[in-house]
Design a protein around this ligand. Structure first.
Ligand SMILES: *[C@@H]1O[C@H](CO)[C@@H](O)[C@H](O)[C@H]1NC(C)=O
Ligand SMILES: *[C@@H]1O[C@H](CO)[C@@H](O)[C@H](O)[C@H]1NC(C)=O
Ligand SMILES: *[C@@H]1O[C@H](CO)[C@@H](O)[C@H](O)[C@H]1NC(C)=O
Ligand SMILES: *[C@@H]1O[C@H](CO)[C@@H](O)[C@H](O)[C@H]1NC(C)=O
Ligand SMILES: *[C@@H]1O[C@H](CO)[C@@H](O)[C@H](O)[C@H]1NC(C)=O
Ligand SMILES: *[C@@H]1O[C@H](CO)[C@@H](O)[C@H](O)[C@H]1NC(C)=O
Ligand SMILES: *[C@@H]1O[C@H](CO)[C@@H](O)[C@H](O)[C@H]1NC(C)=O
Ligand SMILES: *[C@@H]1O[C@H](CO)[C@@H](O)[C@H](O)[C@H]1NC(C)=O
Ligand SMILES: *[C@@H]1O[C@H](CO)[C@@H](O)[C@H](O)[C@H]1NC(C)=O
Length: 418
């Protein structure tokens, strides 16, 4: 009799704990890369660059990226302008323009760039679909941390992003039985996450973060970032003119943060004109020669926000693609740079990388120390990797495996469904 009761109660107890454990994954927080967050704007302007640009909007509306808005780039680019005041050391939006990340904490700001065209502008969509099939749920144990990617870490601090991220991570951990979070970041988001995490105490890290998954991280910068400032980068989308985005790319503080670091490029010539050769060490001179006064002013603040790379005391899983032609240098068909933007480079030197970030920069993950591990995927591209099944599988294993206990999730079935 006694025996029966204890077996019964044991069954009940284990059934109940099975149910409660099943609903409790260790939380995952997604931090996107450059241009990978959805941004919204609210306007109250007295001036606009063209008669057809809106001056006011009562509610927040989609700014980046609305493919419809992008058809009127004059308005979009003016609304995206960001300013730096060297006297106060503070950044500001365009006058009369407010900008915020869409759906903070949820997935609306990180799944796809234009939420009305998710299939052609995916960001983390494949990953969130896979994790949801495994049982993850938005704002329960799966969160998005979109941000104003025009800014470097100093600007993100100013606009309250790091405070927001601290609150989000703490909320995710507390509401999931104290299980530490996995932060998954892509590209620029890896530098943002590194800045965030290195600002935290060891005690906070131990309690809140099980690891950083750093996908396609430009740890040592990238040569393509130089092209963005010099002549503009259309991300190789042929229907976009090469210099369409230059007004933002040549003023945004995140640009010089991503410039190739002198440590990793040494004396290699990265940019050539008739009269001058520029190496990574000459980046400030390059900005001055192009009369990019704002980026020249922010360069001393941002170029070493994450260089030299610190040794970290939290786990980092670096994952990246290799084996794709990646820009290693540019020749511009001008005698010397001046204040007018040159045409696209006449010659592009290529090396190995993920198509956007150079291998030496991706591999600099090693410099983070013993807690960092590297995994590369042949022929995966910088952004295409976010839909690569090899990567999705690794991330799912890390995320679900960091759970304290609970039912086994069959990753292969999960991926076949995704
Ligand atoms: C718009 O800006 C003007 C000043 O330029 C201000 O007086 C007005 O209150 C603002 N409107 C809203 C809705 O914020
Ligand atoms: C920078 O800020 C200072 C102090 O608020 C202000 O006086 C100055 O006009 C600002 N400069 C620009 C270019 O807006
Ligand atoms: C842009 O606008 C938002 C919303 O008003 C504000 O919170 C943020 O600080 C602004 N960004 C900058 C760089 O000033
Ligand atoms: C911070 O979080 C609040 C919601 O709690 C959101 O409204 C705001 O846009 C966020 N700002 C930034 C810079 O992330
Ligand atoms: C720039 O570098 C190239 C190749 O490294 C070299 O051929 C050229 O003479 C250099 N030009 C100047 C102005 O130093
Ligand atoms: C250089 O830029 C400054 C503003 O940033 C502008 O006032 C100046 O006219 C520019 N110089 C040339 C030669 O265009
Ligand atoms: C960053 O570089 C500036 C010079 O550009 C230097 O004054 C400063 O000490 C450097 N900061 C760090 C943390 O290395
Ligand atoms: C500036 O450089 C362009 C080539 O990018 C050239 O055509 C133009 O003549 C130069 N302007 C001056 C004032 O030197
Ligand atoms: C690498 O990927 C590209 C584009 O996705 C494809 O065209 C090419 O065949 C692939 N190469 C290899 C060796 O798989």
């Amino acid at each position: 009799m006694v025996h029966t009761i204890s077996i019964l109660s044991l069954l009940v107890v284990s059934f109940v704990s099975f149910l409660s454990v099943e609903a409790r994954f260790a939380p995952v927080i997604l931090v996107p890369g450059l241009a990978g967050s959805v941004l919204e704007a609210r306007l109250n302007r007295t001036e606009a660059p063209a008669w057809y640009c809106s001056k006011t909007s009562k509610t927040w509306r989609l700014l980046w990226l609305s493919l419809q808005e992008a058809a009127l780039p004059v308005c979009l680019l003016d609304e995206l302008a960001v300013f730096y005041n060297a006297t106060t050391g503070r950044y500001s939006n365009q006058t009369g323009v407010e900008i915020r990340p869409m759906d903070w904490g949820g997935l609306g700001g990180v799944e796809s760039l234009d939420p009305s065209l998710p299939q052609i502008t995916p960001v983390y969509k494949s990953l969130t679909e896979g994790l949801k099939k495994a049982g993850y749920a938005e704002r329960v144990d799966l969160f998005g941390a979109p941000y104003d990617f025009r800014l470097a870490a100093d600007g993100l601090e100013q606009v309250g992003f790091f405070q927001n991220l601290t609150n989000l991570v703490e909320h995710a951990v507390v509401s999931n039985e104290g299980q530490a979070a996995t932060i998954v970041a892509h590209s620029l988001g890896c530098l943002v996450s590194l800045s965030f995490l290195t600002g935290k105490s060891q005690e906070w890290l131990d309690k809140h973060v099980s690891s950083l998954v750093a996908i396609s991280a430009p740890w040592g910068g990238s040569v393509t970032a130089l092209k963005g400032s010099i002549s503009g980068d259309n991300f190789d989308i042929s229907i976009i003119p090469h210099d369409l985005l230059r007004p933002v790319q040549s003023t945004a503080p995140s640009g010089p943060w991503l410039f190739p670091s002198p440590k990793h490029w040494g004396d290699s010539v990265l940019v050539q004109t008739g009269k001058h050769n520029y190496t990574a060490k000459d980046a400030l001179q390059l900005l001055k020669d192009l009369n990019l006064t704002q980026q020249a002013a922010v360069y001393p603040r941002v170029h070493n926000l994450t260089y030299p790379l610190p040794k970290v005391n939290f786990k980092v899983h670096c994952m990246y693609g290799t084996g794709r032609d990646t820009d290693e240098g540019y020749v511009y068909d001008v005698d010397a740079f001046n204040a007018s933007a040159p045409s696209a480079p006449s010659k592009v030197m290529k090396g190995d990388g993920d198509g956007t970030v150079n291998t030496r920069s991706l591999e600099a993950c090693k410099e983070l120390g013993d807690k960092a591990t590297l995994k590369f995927f042949g022929n995966a591209s910088h952004t295409g990797i976010l839909a690569d099944k090899r990567l999705l599988k690794e991330v799912a294993i890390i995320a679900t495996g960091s759970r304290k206990s609970g039912p086994w999730v069959d990753i292969n079935t999960l991926l076949q469904q995704a």
